[in-house]
Structures are given as structure tokens and as C-alpha cells.
Design a protein around this ligand. Structure first.
Ligand code: NAD
Ligand code: DAU
Length: 349
């Protein structure tokens, strides 16, 4: 493993991963391959842009010729695929791009990787492929029951990874991560969205009753788990990567408001996400058996994340313009008009 192609790394987790890998492995070359969709942002890669072991290629993983050219030009032996449409709400509004990138794109990347004789293919997947669980924890062998177009498109991509391993003997691994947070996360996902809105004293649209549960994983821990599985995972296997920190959405929102010193009256209860998954929870025993340990407590990671967004307004203020505002209007305008405040429902008490 020497020449890595990291796809989708102008986004949130991928850009954190590239910084992590370049610093940790002084003999690795890292080529980022990214379509630069609304979520792709070269600002995320500024910390490594002058590093001689880093290169950037602008391209779509679903376009064969572009993938083939990048694999050849950079003598790639390893692919780590982060490239995806990643936001559930957008997948409900307009699923086409999700099927294109998360299912078809994964197939093209696998197929070109196979033809180029790559040594390892790592697919970055999600706990959402399992669906929702009321009690207990999902294990890697559990059936897929994806509930959103996003989750279904990710499940489709994963099944193709499995098929290329079984049919062609490709050396593949998969990680299924839980809700990730940290610096450089596009402010449509609940944590950076609520954080940046609250900094501006704007109302926070909490879906339904806010009692859904997510398992929060700090991005640095997610990156080190991917690194471990990339190097040590068994070919053909999938590994759950959780944060071991479940929270109701309402409690996460309150924790954010408390750190920021903002009032709970900013909370608005709005119309729920259709098909909203009630709870995600992972059994991570298989990952621990490779030797994984979390390095960050939720509290310290949350505090660091809040500090990062406070110190990097230059980063998120330019995002919250143009297309972002169009999306905000489509997703939230009607919901907000009909919203209930935490005071009027009393349910936030
Ligand atoms: P993100 O939306 O921040 O970034 C996605 C990146 O992929 C962007 O840079 C975008 O330009 C690029 N991209 C999209 N389609 C592409 C295509 N066809 N070709 C090339 N590049 C393309 O996403 P993220 O939150 O960093 O998630 C990264 C990966 O991790 C995704 O595969 C996602 O499913 C998975 N994941 C995310 C989380 C989470 O909580 N954010 C949790 C588990 C798994
Ligand atoms: O579990 C892993 C997944 O986590 C990843 O695969 C996805 O890429 C990532 O987007 C995330 O999916 P979620 O749908 O869980 O994340 P999101 O930040 O959109 O929402 C988190 C919770 O907060 C969810 O229960 C919905 C709720 N929410 C979200 C938004 C954007 C709100 O109540 N209000 C909001 O405005």
C-alpha cells in the first residue's frame, strides 16, 4: 500500500481522513478524486494542498474514463471510497444523484479498480443500511432494511462490493459508520446546522418530537477506525464503527445550546422527516477485536467541534449562501411557518 486514491475527500470525513493519513504515513502518496458537488469544498483540503505527497483530481466516480485515467496517472494500488451523496433529507427530495453516485458510481469504481489490478478497495458505508432498531444493537451479519433513498443507495453500493469480492476475488473491506461529527462538516447535517444557526440566534427545526436516537462518533475516531480496517480488516468483511454515545436529538440540541450559552426557546418542533429512523445502534465487537479503541470522549469532542465552528466562521459563512439558502427554503420554510416552539408544546421541559 503506497499510492492511495481517496474518493469524495473534498467532503467532511474524507478530508479529515486525508489529513490524518498524510501525517501518519510519511511514505504514502494520497490522490483525492472528487466531483466537487455542493458538498465538496477545496477549502477542506487547504491544510494539505502544498504537501508534495498530495494531489487532486476533479472527477466523477461514475465516469469510467476519468476513473481509469486517475488510476493510471497516479499508479494507484489502493482505493478508499468516501464519494457519495450523503444527506438523507436531500435523498427524499431528489434521489437521482444518490443512485448515480452511491450505487452506480461504486460499481464503476470497483470495475475500473479490478481492471487496474488494485490491491485493496475500502468502501466507506453507513449504519443506515440496517434500518432502524428499537432495542439492542445491529451486528454485521444482520439483514439490510434501508428506509430512505440515501440508505437504499448505500446498501446497493455495498452489495456490489460484496459481489466483486465473491465473483472476482477482489480484496475489499467495508466500514459502516454511525453519525459522525467534527470540523469541516457541511452545515446541513444536524450538528453543524444547529450550531451555526444558534450562533446567529436563529431557530432550530427539530423534526417530530426530537426523541429519535443517534450514536455520535467523533470524526478523528472514525478516521482511525477506517485506517485500522483498511490495513487489518479481513478481505470480504464489513465492520461496524460506532461512537458508543447514543443521544436523543432533543438532548443533543440542548447540549449544544448549553455550550453556546443560548436559550432553549430557539428550539422549534417541526414536521417530521418522512420515514424517519427512530434509532441507530451498532455492536462494534468485531472492530474492537482488531484492537480499536476510541481516543476521544463525546464531551471533549463536542467542545472541540463547537470551538472549531466558532473560530472558523470564514469556512461556514461562505457556504451558507446561494444554493444552501435555496435548499433551506425548500426543506424548512413551510415547516418553520407551522412550527411549535419548545415553550408552546412544553415537550422540551
Ligand atoms: P460529504 O457530503 O461531506 O462529502 C461527500 C463528498 O463526495 C463531496 O466532496 C462530494 O463532492 C463527493 N462526491 C459526491 N458524489 C461524487 C461522485 N459521483 N464522484 C466523486 N465525488 C463525489 O459526506 P461525508 O459526510 O463526508 O460522508 C463521506 C462518506 O461517509 C459517505 O460515503 C457517507 O455515506 C459515509 N458516512 C457518513 C457519515 C456521516 O455521519 N457523515 C456516517 C457514516 C458514513
Ligand atoms: O448514521 C450515519 C448517517 O448519519 C450517515 O450515513 C449520513 O450520511 C449522515 O447524514 C447521518 O444521517 P442522519 O439522517 O442521522 O443525520 P442528520 O444530521 O441529517 O440528522 C440527525 C438527526 O437529527 C436525525 O434524527 C434527524 C434530525 N434532524 C436533522 C436535521 C437536519 C432534525 O431534527 N432537524 C434537522 O434539521
Amino acid at each position: 500500500m503506497k499510492n492511495l486514491l481517496v474518493t469524495g475527500a473534498a467532503g467532511f470525513i474524507g478530508s479529515n481522513f486525508v489529513r490524518y493519513m498524510i501525517h501518519k504515513y510519511p511514505d504514502y502518496n494520497v490522490t483525492v478524486f472528487d466531483k466537487l458537488t455542493y458538498a465538496g469544498n477545496l477549502d477542506n483540503l487547504k491544510p494539505v494542498e502544498d504537501n508534495p505527497r498530495y494531489a487532486f483530481v476533479h472527477g466523477d466516480i461514475a465516469e469510467r474514463a476519468a476513473v481509469r485515467a486517475a488510476l493510471a496517472a497516479h499508479d494507484i494500488d489502493t482505493i478508499v471510497n468516501f464519494a457519495a451523496e450523503s444527506h438523507v433529507d436531500r435523498s427524499i427530495m431528489d434521489p437521482d444523484a444518490f443512485i448515480h453516485s452511491n450505487s452506480f458510481g461504486v460499481y464503476v469504481l470497483l470495475d475500473e479498480g479490478l481492471k487496474a489490478g488494485i490491491e485493496r478497495f475500502h468502501q466507506v458505508s453507513t449504519d443506515e443500511v440496517y434500518g432502524s432498531i428499537k432495542e439492542g444493537f445491529f451486528k454485521e451479519g444482520d439483514p439490510f432494511e434501508p428506509n430512505s433513498p440515501y440508505a437504499a443507495s448505500k446498501a446497493g453500493g455495498e452489495l456490489m462490493v460484496r459481489a466483486y469480492h465473491i465473483t472476482h476475488g477482489m480484496n475489499t473491506v467495508i466500514t459502516r459508520g454511525s453519525n459522525t461529527f467534527g470540523p469541516y462538516q457541511y452545515p446541513e447535517k444536524v450538528m453543524p446546522f444547529f450550531l451555526t444557526e444558534a450562533l446567529d440566534d436563529r431557530p432550530l427545526p427539530l423534526y417530530g418530537d426530537g426523541m429519535q436516537v443517534r450514536d455520535w462518533l467523533y470524526v478523528d475516531d472514525h478516521c482511525s477506525a477506517i485506517d485500522l480496517v483498511l490495513h487489518e480488516g479481513e478481505p470480504g468483511e464489513a465492520y461496524n464503527v460506532g461512537g458508543e454515545h447514543e443521544m436523543h436529538n432533543i438532548d443533543l440540541t440542548r447540549a449544544l445550546l448549553q455550550i453556546l450559552g443560548k436559550p432553549e426557546s430557539l428550539i422549534r418542533f417541526v414536521a417530521d422527516r418522512p420515514g424517519h429512523d427512530g434509532r441507530y445502534a451498532l455492536d462494534c465487537g468485531k472492530l474492537y477485536s482488531l484492537g480499536f479503541e476510541h481516543s476521544f470522549s463525546f464531551e471533549s469532542a463536542l467542545a472541540a467541534t463547537v470551538e472549531w465552528y466558532k473560530a472558523n466562521e470564514w469556512w461556514w459563512r461562505k457556504i451558507k449562501t446561494g444554493e444552501y439558502l435555496e435548499y433551506y427554503k425548500k426543506q424548512y420554510a413551510e415547516r418553520m411557518a407551522k412550527a411549535q416552539s419548545s415553550d408552546s408544546t412544553g415537550s422540551a421541559d
